[in-house]
Design a protein around this ligand. Structure first.
Ligand SMILES: [Zn+2]
Length: 342
């Protein structure tokens, strides 16, 4: 997704009144990520004809650019700790009230100039956990006419609960999805899913569970092949790993491969979110699965944007059920969530 394509998605949402409350902007905060966030802020505050916003030259645009607009708050990590701490979010012992603009206070205040407020957090992956927990609720239900842009190039280091509350925009130009065997399988399975039929939901769940079973077999085979290769490369110094080590090795391999499946599911539902955010008749946003465009559009048309924007969160939930709680009744977990998902 090129940065201009991501911008088109936000602009279309803005013009049609279907802006997400919070965006996760994936790009370098020092370069394209930060620039993108400021450009979105300018677009929302520009005094020119909305069709031409951001004009880049009106007073609002110039103040956003120079950091002087009171309705744009940019926060970033403290220099010393290189973290975003609670003191940036709300007053604490080291940061008495009035000593700075606090993220939460600012968010809950009225707009200074009567328009939108845009809260930009650079290096959002450096939010410490306590600070992250404080802003969760605000991200989910921001004050009126307030939009948050969380910018990071390390989304994997962020709390899933934060990520799931944001619409994700990947700026990296020419981002190509990882080529792996599961990706198109997952898309084709999901393209036949429908929550309206219990049978279809069960079928989807068992087909996805079958992918995980295959992954298990493949992980075992790969592991054995690697051990054979290592033992024959240096037979004198090689000692066979213990049964427990073997198990752990296979488990890690499985986990890595399953990550690709979750990624494919996330991308599938992100496509639905992106399509559901577009006003009717507008051009398609760039899709992860353009080959399934019609199937995706049909789902997007039948789901409200509010529900659609939570779908990636549901995938995250499935993932944490299976991975964090070590549940291996995969089809059970899948069918539980898929009953609610288009
Ligand atoms: Zn302007």
């Amino acid at each position: 997704m090129q940065s201009s394509a991501a911008f088109d998605i936000v602009r279309a949402g803005w013009r049609s009144g279907r802006l997400a409350h919070s965006y996760l902007v994936v790009g370098n905060p020092r370069t394209e990520g930060g620039t993108f966030a400021r450009r979105v802020a300018s677009m929302m505050l520009c005094e020119e004809d909305p069709q031409r916003a951001p004009c880049g030259s009106c007073s609002a645009c110039r103040r956003v650019e120079s950091g002087a607009h009171p309705d744009v708050l940019v926060i970033e990590p403290e220099k010393a700790s290189r973290r975003i701490l609670v003191g940036a979010i709300r007053p604490d012992a080291d940061n008495p009230p009035g000593s700075r603009r606090f993220f939460l206070e600012w968010a809950n205040q009225k707009s200074f100039e009567g328009g939108w407020k845009i809260g930009i957090m650079l290096f959002a992956d450096r939010l410490n956990e306590q600070a992250a927990n404080i802003i969760l609720k605000t991200l989910e239900e921001p004050p009126e006419n307030t939009c948050f842009l969380l910018v990071t190039d390390r989304p994997d280091e962020m709390l899933p609960t934060i990520i799931s509350r944001c619409q994700r925009l990947d700026l990296a130009s020419g981002r190509t999805p990882p080529a792996e065997p599961w990706r198109s399988r997952v898309a084709s399975i999901l393209s036949e899913h429908s929550p309206r039929s219990v049978l279809r939901t069960a079928a989807t769940a068992s087909r996805l569970a079958a992918v995980f079973d295959e992954i298990k077999t493949l992980a075992e085979e790969e592991n054995e092949a690697e051990i054979r290769a290592r033992s024959s490369a240096d037979p004198d110094h090689w000692s066979a790993p213990s049964k427990d080590d073997m198990k752990a090795m296979v488990k890690n391999r499985e986990k890595e491969k399953r990550a690709a499946v979750y990624q494919a599911m996330q991308d599938w539902y992100r496509d639905i979110v992106a399509l559901s955010a577009m006003p009717p008749g507008s051009q398609d946003p760039p899709l992860f699965f353009p080959e399934f465009r019609d199937a995706l559009a049909e789902r997007a048309a039948n789901v409200s944007f509010r529900v659609a924007s939570r779908l990636p969160e549901f995938v995250q939930e499935m993932r944490s059920r299976i991975e964090d709680r070590n549940i291996n009744k995969y089809d059970f977990v899948f069918s539980h969530w898929l009953a609610w998902m288009p």
